[in-house]
Write a protein that binds this ligand. Structure first.
Ligand SMILES: NC(=O)c1ccc[n+]([C@@H]2O[C@H](COP(=O)([O-])OP(=O)(O)OC[C@H]3O[C@@H](n4cnc5c(N)ncnc54)[C@H](OP(=O)(O)O)[C@@H]3O)[C@@H](O)[C@H]2O)c1
Length: 302
């Protein structure tokens, strides 16, 4: 495994992390998959209150030295709600401090100053160690940083894969200049092969993969970690997928191959945030209702 610095924190996180959205369908196998990742050197796990996976992550990390990132949902951005949400996440995860606490996406209905005051209070109490954001534009990141007195934003978690790049086109230079890590979510294009196969990008990944004896998904991970200050967090529910994702770190693409993938850009897949922006202007409950629906389906089948 290789490690890179998170922002300017001096913390070393594995260059590939593990995402945990949509875990919970087969908890024993998923916990085993997370534990396999840890045993192979992954020390960075991403979760969120909204994913309902903090409990499973808590079980997987028992007795392990890992860097835990979780998120507060925008409906909990009021001061008291941030404090309560953090305490709940700490309990679910079974840890004393959250290594990276992220604002899941912007909430224009609650002043960012109020949210950041709560985040700094949590940092002072030692309940969170670093502050990150997710789905923030450059303008929103600047506003969020200005609202902080003693802490710095160390990361922005955004959708980034060979299939979706426009968000990083927008904030890549800013993050690199400020040394803010871009945590790449949905790095495998959510693994939806039927959609991915129709893109211009997929055949290029496939061809390069065949040349190296690797899968197109491993090529996608290798391409992402070839970028400065980027840490992909693929979600994998099986030991086999976790192993493949770790093995992708060994794959070193040539400059020509990286350029070929750079050039095979295809905008046929819309980023999640393009749906988000419109909705956050009006309400932040859109995503919450989707997640609640998923959770109901998972638990009760309705
Ligand atoms: N901040 C945000 O707003 C936000 C939004 C979306 C996601 N995220 C974070 O990013 C993480 C990853 O994104 P994602 O879950 O949307 O999608 P993803 O990681 O791009 O794709 C996950 C899919 O790829 C499959 N997969 C994993 N490894 C594979 C491999 N080696 N070969 C073939 N298929 C493989 C998984 O299958 P199995 O599950 O069967 O292994 C799953 O179906 C999330 O879990 C979450 O932590 C954050």
């Amino acid at each position: 495994m290789e490690y890179r610095e998170l922002g300017k924190t001096g913390e070393r996180i594995s260059c590939v992390g593990m995402g945990t959205w949509k875990l919970g369908y087969n908890p024993d196998a998923e916990i085993a998959a997370l534990r396999e990742g840890i045993s192979l050197g992954i020390n960075f796990i991403d979760t969120a209150k909204m994913y309902h996976s903090e409990g499973a992550v808590g079980m997987a990390i028992k007795g392990e030295d890992v860097f835990i990132a979780t998120k507060v949902s925008p409906d909990h951005f009021a001061y008291d709600d941030v404090i309560k949400a953090c305490n709940r996440s700490l309990k679910e995860l079974g840890i004393k401090a959250i290594d990276l606490y992220q604002l899941h996406w912007p909430n224009p209905n609650i002043p960012i100053k109020e949210t950041m005051r709560a985040m700094e209070h949590l940092a002072k109490l030692g309940k969170i160690r670093h502050i990150g954001v997710s789905n923030f534009s450059v303008e929103e990141m600047i506003e969020a940083q200005d609202a902080l007195k003693s802490e710095e934003i160390v990361s922005n978690q955004v959708e980034y894969s060979p299939f979706v790049r426009e968000i990083v086109d927008h904030l890549g230079d800013f993050c690199r200049e400020e040394k803010i890590t871009m945590i790449a979510y949905s790095p495998l294009g959510k693994g939806e092969l039927s959609k991915l196969k129709q893109t211009r990008t997929f055949p290029v990944l496939y061809r390069i993969g065949v040349h190296h004896g690797k899968s197109p998904f491993q090529v996608a991970i290798s391409w992402l970690i070839s970028k400065e200050d980027v840490v992909p967090i693929p979600k994998a529910a099986s030991i086999a997928h976790v192993r493949e994702n770790v093995q992708a770190v060994e794959l070193k693409l040539s400059k020509t191959e990286i350029e070929e993938i750079d050039e095979a850009e295809d905008r046929s897949i819309r980023p999640i945030a393009s749906r988000l922006t419109g909705f956050t202007r009006r309400t932040t409950s859109f995503w919450s209702s989707i997640m609640e629906k998923r959770e109901r389906l998972r638990k009760h089948g309705v």
